[in-house]
Write a protein that binds this ligand. Structure first.
Ligand code: NI
Length: 177
């Protein structure tokens, strides 16, 4: 699945967040801003369908559970919060990559609802920031050491693509009942 400039691999938990081509923006059928506006609601809906008893069940052997996915989304919202602000504040901000698997071990002992509440509040704060971003700020250059040059807008598209990838995984867990 291609969303924006993000190549998604919905069959994997450890999606690579690879930018297919930072210069060629594929226009998806959905507006990235609309996606990121509604993700928290979608997560609540899916968490409800999955139910407390199944939150810790792996999606498949060796794959993340819904709880781990929610923890991962909360953590990524912290990362996006930092990247968005640095991208606005600095000239040609250079993104600092990190190994998301090395951040994952604590997820097994964290609370899924706390993760969702954290995601929801941070997302609101990030959306409030985006409300006031101008067109020229959206076009501001950002550099990723592995993926090359992109713009502030690419970071927003990446948020939407990342949301959709994990919403799809949660949908898969919710359907299996
Ligand atoms: Ni992810």
């Amino acid at each position: 699945m291609i969303f924006g400039s993000v190549r998604l691999q919905p069959d994997r938990d450890q999606e690579t967040h690879v930018i297919a081509n930072p210069y060629a923006i594929h226009v998806g059928t959905r507006d990235p801003r609309e996606v990121i506006d509604t993700t928290a609601l979608e997560l609540h809906r899916l968490a409800g369908r999955i139910g407390a008893a199944r939150l810790a069940t792996p999606r498949a052997p060796g794959k993340w559970s819904a709880r781990e996915i929610l923890c991962h989304l909360a953590v990524w919202e912290i990362v996006f919060a930092f990247r968005l602000r640095q991208a606005l504040a600095e000239d040609r901000h250079v993104i600092q990559p990190f190994d998301q698997e090395k951040w994952a071990p604590p997820y097994q002992s964290l609370d899924a609802h706390a993760a969702l509440a954290t995601f929801e509040q941070l997302r609101k704060w990030n959306l409030a920031l985006l409300e006031n971003v101008t067109a020229s700020q959206m076009a501001k250059p950002v550099v990723h050491p592995e993926r090359g040059e992109m713009t502030f807008e690419t970071v927003v598209e990446t948020m939407a693509g990342h949301d959709l990838n994990h919403l799809g995984q949660l949908e898969e867990i919710a359907r299996r009942s």
